[in-house]
Write a protein that binds this ligand. Structure first.
Ligand code: MFK
Length: 545
């Protein structure tokens, strides 16, 4: 009988999950923890079903039809099955609504759901992130009329009334540097604002609303002169004719997500607040979507590692299962250690966000959240690509074969380092946060996280933070040198914070007889915390010359 290799099997993404169980057991009061169980179990069921369905279904991409047979402009987008199910799953399990409940654990409970739903959602989580961010920015604006109009839809628990919101920032000229935004806001004679321009990456074009940056007519140049507007896209069941979908992007990954190029041709708009400082007004949205980015990145890592570990038990080579091959086992354990640390940092940001929003955070925790958000986003984005790539290699040639479902993991992971700001843009944002008291806040909490834990870990983490502080405060450092070293500094701080969080988790788990987080910590520390770069601007010039 010809040999046929068993395919990797996915175990139940919630019931078989260790890290999220431990985190929720540690962080949540018992009643809240129990109340969460049914939603998490159902989302795990959905994730398992989606993986099994994908194995027996031909992959589809969204299709844009711009004109009907009679010449009418229709801009109709046909969605994949998972996308058609998105509003129902989201509202039934309160994925967004839970994050805006009035208690300090709301964000943790939301992101636990996001973590389980993300991969199965086929990046429906992208517009969900935007919707969550829009709800947060609207609340921060204090604009009562818009809050009352949009929030009941954005946070609805009923698919019939649920709305998705986009975030329309990126333009052909204004990408990372949104100060080059060319979309213009003009006021009618009756005072109504309308937007005119082109948006280049719209990932929620099938939604009902969006927040858009635009330059009020006659305002000056640069980002300070931009304003933030709320728009609605639908007129009953029809898309408004002032919103034209030019085409869907042909992307490396996230191919089920219908990212569009659009034109705004006089679309009605309402300013959130003052007619300036739009970037400052959209910042609460950016920080929420960047948290989504980090949690979705660790969800992708979790999936890739789960499949690689299962396969290592099934696949025999040189007379033994892969998992019994020392080098293969070493590789998997290294991946697990990096993943556990990234998980700890991403979910700490989620918890902090909940506490800061609820008003129960300690005074230094707002500065801490401001720093850890870009750190978590940039580090997990890069790590997801590396771990998904390593996971594919664990399958040998099969990892390179499209209908195993594995290559998609790597292609999709590449988005995390780009979506919501590149690694370098986020590193510079971390510098912004460090100009405040971010580092002081980090040192305060790290000392608390390390209390009663492994003294070797504490020594290594303190040394890394000392080195980072020395790098930041070096008297000879000019601005260009500081920026050139910003990525190394950010990665060092991210790894140090993650190690301290893992140390806290390890101490908690060890007291309950579980020594696995302590092993992850030892291995993570073994990979080193320092990523500071030696900056030699002359060499940089020579190499680019
Ligand atoms: C999964 C689906 C994937 C589909 C494909 C996706 C491909 C990519 C599609 C996209 O385009 S996603 C959108 C990606 N774009 C971004 O995320 C924007 C990246 N650029 C930045 O983040 C820049 O740093 C930024 C636009 C913020 C720079 O703007 P400015 O105006 O030049 O910065 P400035 O003057 O430093 O900041 C203006 C104000 O905002 C300041 O406050 P004040 O006015 O009070 O001084 C800043 O402190 C504040 N600010 C900026 N970033 C902040 C912030 N405040 C809090 N948090 C932040 N993160």
């Amino acid at each position: 009988m010809e040999f046929l290799q068993d395919a990797p099997q996915l175990s139940h993404p919630w019931r078989g999950e260790r890290l999220l169980h431990a985190l929720l057991d540690r962080a949540l009061p018992a009643a809240r923890r129990a109340a969460l169980e049914s939603d998490l179990d159902a989302l795990g069921d959905y994730a398992l079903m989606a993986w099994q369905r994908a194995a027996v279904t031909t992959r589809r991409k969204p299709v844009l039809t711009q004109w009907d047979a009679w010449g009418r402009r229709v801009d109709r987008i046909e969605l994949t099955t998972a996308w058609q199910e998105g509003s129902d799953i989201t509202t039934r399990h309160a994925v967004l609504a839970s994050g805006h409940e009035a208690h300090e654990h709301a964000r943790l409970e939301e992101f636990a759901r996001v973590y389980l739903y993300h991969v199965a959602s086929e990046f429906y989580t992208c517009p969900l992130a935007m919707t969550d961010g829009a709800a947060t920015a609207l609340k921060a604006s204090g604009n009562r009329a818009l809050i009352e109009r949009a929030l009941p839809h954005f946070l609805s628990r009923d698919a019939a009334t649920f709305w998705l919101s986009g975030q329309w920032m990126t333009e052909t000229h204004g990408g990372s540097d949104v100060g080059h935004t060319e979309t213009v806001a003009r006021q009618d004679a009756d005072g109504q604002w309308r937007l005119h321009g082109r948006k280049w990456f719209s990932s929620a074009v099938v939604g009902e609303a969006a927040l858009a940056l635009a330059r009020p007519e006659g305002a000056g140049h640069g980002s300070g002169a931009l304003a933030l507007f709320y728009v609605e896209t639908m007129d009953g069941a029809q898309r408004k004719p002032e919103l034209v979908i030019d085409r869907l992007k042909d992307k490396l990954g996230t191919q089920e997500l219908p990212t569009a190029e659009i034109h705004l041709d006089g679309l009605l708009a309402w300013p959130l607040g003052e007619l300036a400082n739009g970037v400052r007004q959209v910042a609460p949205m950016l920080n929420v979507t960047r948290t989504w980015n980090a949690v979705c990145a660790v969800a992708s890592m979790a999936r890739a590692i789960a499949l690689a570990r299962d396969y290592a038990e099934r696949r025999q080579a040189f007379g033994r299962p892969l998992v019994e091959q020392p080098l293969h086992a070493q590789t998997l354990a290294d991946m697990q250690a990096e993943f556990e640390s990234a998980f700890a940092l991403a979910f700490e940001v989620a918890q902090l966000l909940g506490r800061v929003e609820h008003g129960s955070a300690a005074p230094h925790e707002a500065a801490l959240l401001r720093l850890l958000t870009p750190l978590a986003k940039l580090w997990t984005g890069k790590l997801a690509v590396r771990l998904c790539s390593e996971a594919l290699e664990c399958f040998g040639g099969q990892g390179y074969i499209e209908d195993t479902g594995l290559p998609q993991l790597l292609r999709d992971a590449q988005v995390y380092a780009i979506w919501e700001g590149t690694t370098n843009v986020l590193s510079l944002d971390a510098l912004r946060a460090l100009a405040g008291d971010g580092l002081g806040a980090l040192r305060t909490v790290v000392a608390a996280w390390l209390q009663g834990g492994d003294p070797h870990a504490a020594f290594a983490i303190d040394a890394a933070l000392d080195a980072a502080a020395g790098h930041l405060d070096a008297p000879s450092t000019d601005r260009a040198t500081l920026e050139a070293g910003a990525r190394g500094l950010a990665l060092t701080l991210a790894r140090s914070a993650a190690a301290a969080l893992l140390a806290r988790q390890a101490a908690w788990a060890q007291a309950r007889g579980d020594t696995r987080p302590a092993a992850a910590l030892r291995r993570f520390l073994g990979h080193g915390l320092l990523r500071l770069a030696d900056i030699d601007m002359d060499d940089t010039g020579l190499l680019l010359g």
